[in-house]
Design a protein. Structure first.
Length: 96
């Protein structure tokens, strides 16, 4: 069993993520590549003190990039979209 702080890596703050948070009460998170939906649900409930209805995950491939003549590929990562029960919210940037 992993530590919950190792499962949840960081929030993904984008326009689409902000719309999901406002309209559908969902949050978007970058999670550990080997975490499953059950572990993600438990981690979000424990860390943020909310109730989770559903978890959807997707594996994101790293993008190919260039720096001058050198080509490299960013690391692959995993994204989770977590649907919260009505009335529960998570504020990542309070007071900003």
């Amino acid at each position: 069993m992993k530590d919950y702080t190792q499962i949840i890596q960081r929030p993904i703050v984008t326009e689409k993520g902000t719309m999901l948070r406002q309209e559908a009460n969902q949050i978007v998170l970058a999670v550990s590549k080997d975490a499953n939906k059950i572990e993600i649900k438990k981690a979000v409930e424990e860390l943020f003190n909310v109730h989770v209805e559903d978890v959807k995950t997707m594996n994101m491939n790293g993008k190919s990039k260039r720096y001058g003549q050198h080509k490299y590929t960013r690391s692959d990562w995993k994204k989770a979209i977590v649907k919260l029960k009505a009335g529960d919210t998570v504020e990542f940037y309070e007071g900003v």
